[in-house]
Design a protein around this ligand. Sequence first.
Ligand code: FAD
Length: 486
Amino acid sequence: MRLAESSTATALAAAAAASGASLDACCARLASALGDIVTTTPFAESDYFSLQESTLVPTCIVRPRSAQDVSRAVTILSTARTPGCQFAVKGGGHTPAGGSANIQGGVTIDMTSLNATVLSGDGTSVAVGAGAVWNDVYGYLDEYNLAAAGGRNGLVGVGGLLLGGGISHFSPRVGWACDGVVEYEVVLANGTLVNVSATSHPDLYRALKGGGNNFGVVTRYDLKTFPQGNMSASTISYDISQAGAVFDAFTDIAASPNFDPYVSLQTGLLYASAANAWSLSSSAFYTKPVLHPEVYSKLEAVPSISNTSEITAVAALAAENPTPPLNWLFATLTFGTSSEAMLDIFKTLNASLYDFNPAGGVTWNFAFEPLPSVMLSYANATGGNVLGLSPEDGNGVILLFSALWSNSSSNDSIYRKGRDAFLAVRDVAERNGVLRKFEYLNYAGPHQSPLASYGKDSLDFLRQVSRKYDPTGVFQHKVPGGFKLW
Ligand SMILES: Cc1cc2nc3c(=O)[nH]c(=O)nc-3n(C[C@H](O)[C@H](O)[C@H](O)COP(=O)(O)OP(=O)(O)OC[C@H]3O[C@@H](n4cnc5c(N)ncnc54)[C@H](O)[C@@H]3O)c2cc1C
């Protein structure tokens, strides 16, 4: 039960004073209006995926229990004039860059209590609270032999993944995860709560599909469901000497004009600096309960160290437990399918990273994922998105470039090395004539410009929608985290 407003504010002020923190006027106003959902109790370490996020300390945290709570909080935050009223919005907390979904000395709205999942009467959509994680969604839908397009790891947030696009096991069958959103419930900059769909605010509907956190705080997503039973999952490890053969097999699948829509494939290179060793693996998943499907025959014919395969429920495959955060770096690029470019990228990374072993070590991880043109063919039928991609682009590959390490004193040298290696990889893709402009927002590093990568038309459209629904730029200036439009 919520405490009486004034006593909560007093208790909060006392707690803040006792802890030596300064409770500024902004948090006091929030506490006075919203009671005990405003707190100075810090986040648990595992609430965020990265140390860069988990080490930030907001002055207070708002933990809404309803969309109305979010509306009241945004109304107060958007009209307040004090600098402490800058705020962040946290979904599943999985974006690594510091300040994306948390804030030092401001207010963090933690959406995680809004995590209910409710199937529609006819079973064609599921209403999901914006603070849910994909574990919540798949666990619920598995019971009905249904699924919705979402993240592949269960602790990733519904909130952030859907605002940036969303690559799902099911994407070749149904498109980007954001293409499956049939309705959003959103708190706009002035605190108004609106329902947004193909027929209600269609411009905002399209802008939310890839436009990030620039338009409001989403409180609920209604997601299209589809029948789904078990699927198959094979994890294949290879000696690094097989890189060329694996890239050939990967490219045969990714480049196919008849891309098999049940394919969910990632091929990953991993380099652990302390061990001075590369490893190579493929997660060859298939969204039907078929072990060793024909499409993976060439990939499975490459001599491997191990190949474990299982038939599994979607929820069981996604299930994971929280782990303590590490430092993380993400960056991304997109290129047209080319096995030669992949091999060149590997050689370039090896030359750049092989002798680099900072204090505490670092593990580099490079995941290649098909971006088949068939996946880009669903957007138009569902109100469009803003990603600026079209099936005519042809089959492509998204590279997620990442690093993880525990010793924060190595941050600067790893950021520098990461940037150099990334630029070298980009050059290789360009020299091979396959570099594409698209930078996937959910994988992008803070130095990248994913919204601009959608192209001028999309960017102009996003800016226009932002000025219409948020004329004073609350989500541009008061919410500094994420990629901004103005
Ligand atoms: C281990 C791991 C696995 C991943 N797997 C996939 C995958 O399978 N497919 C894929 O496409 N991506 C994947 N990603 C990337 C992932 O999509 C992004 O990190 C995404 O932003 C995470 O969403 P979140 O809600 O957890 O993050 P958060 O860090 O909480 O939020 C991300 C951004 O969205 C904003 N935001 C969150 N919720 C709301 C809301 N309700 N209203 C307004 N703004 C909001 C935040 O302010 C922030 O800017 C993965 C990332 C990790 C670390």
